[in-house]
Design a protein around this ligand. Structure first.
Ligand code: ADP
Ligand code: MG
Length: 266
């Protein structure tokens, strides 16, 4: 059995695929406070994120919507710790990412954040098993354990029969499922997805969203998903946040169709 608790620090391997996280304070709550990200382009300054204050409860499933260029990816990258804000704060479980050292931020990314991208971003020269093991190598998980966890993770997303395939030998949907397995490898408390269905047909996109939804429900991880697709957002997210010109212009609660809102109450 594969049991993953919320939390990201001090994961204990108890044998036989039984895992327990020991840090009850790592729940995946996100707050941004008047966060800004400006890009300098010669003389011009682009305010890609222009004063966004947002609260995402631990365990919530939130969709970020907005037209191209509205700042969705820039905001997601700030939450992921891939980028630093020009001003304001990004606070995850009470810690401001803007105040972290480079080393702390890379530890945060490694252990607490799982990311999924539109273009899958698997490493083409590696097998699926190696791709999924990679974040665990960076997290210094022992070899035997990481192979076992990678295998279990790929089985969970229905790719148990593709362990030694390379990404180019798989369909887009299969590649994205492998990317989700990789994102989940270190049991992050945040799963951040940037247009995860952007390169997939709608049926396959639905399957991918089912997986994100299942991770949210089963492991209680917070999911923030950027998408263009209203219908998908309405089907899966508990809250829709609309961006325009780097600002939040509307927000609304949503009852995901066919699923029960979870206890985060968002
Ligand atoms: P979205 O994901 O909603 O399409 P982005 O966050 O990618 O939007 O971009 C928001 C704005 O910031 C756009 O105008 C984009 O051109 C600009 N931008 C994004 N990344 C950079 C960058 N690295 N350098 C300069 N401008 C950027
Ligand atoms: Mg984008």
């Amino acid at each position: 059995m594969f049991k993953i608790s919320k939390g990201w620090n001090c994961v204990t391997y108890l044998g036989d695929n039984l895992l327990m996280a020991e840090n009850p304070t790592s729940s995946g709550e996100i707050r941004t406070e008047a966060v800004e990200r400006h890009y300098r382009m010669g003389e011009a300054t682009i305010c890609a994120v222009d004063g966004i204050t947002l609260n995402v409860a631990a365990g919530a499933f939130v969709a970020l919507l907005g037209s191209s260029g509205s700042g969705k990816s820039s905001l997601l990258n700030l939450i992921a710790g891939l980028d630093r804000p020009t001003a304001g704060a990004v606070i995850v479980d009470g810690r401001n990412l803007a105040g972290m050292t480079g080393e702390e931020l890379s530890r945060y990314r490694r252990l607490r954040v799982g990311m999924v991208f539109q273009a899958f971003n698997l490493i083409s020269s590696m097998t699926l098993l190696e791709n999924v093991e990679l974040p665990m190598r960076f997290a210094e998980v022992a070899r035997g354990e990481r192979t076992e966890r990678a295998r279990a993770s790929l089985e969970r997303v229905g790719l148990g029969g593709r362990l030694t395939h390379h990404p180019s030998q798989l369909s887009g949907g299969e590649q994205q499922r492998a990317a989700i397995a990789r994102a989940l490898a270190n049991r992050p408390s945040l799963l951040l997805a940037d247009e995860p269905t952007g390169n997939l047909d709608s049926h396959t996109g639905g399957e991918i969203l089912d997986l994100l939804h299942e991770s949210n429900r089963q492991f209680g991880m917070t999911v923030v998903m950027v998408t263009h697709e209203h219908a998908l957002a309405e089907q899966y997210a508990q809250r829709l946040v609309f961006l325009s010109d780097g600002k939040v212009v509307a927000e609304r609660q949503n009852v995901p169709r066919g699923s029960i809102p979870n206890s985060a109450g968002l």
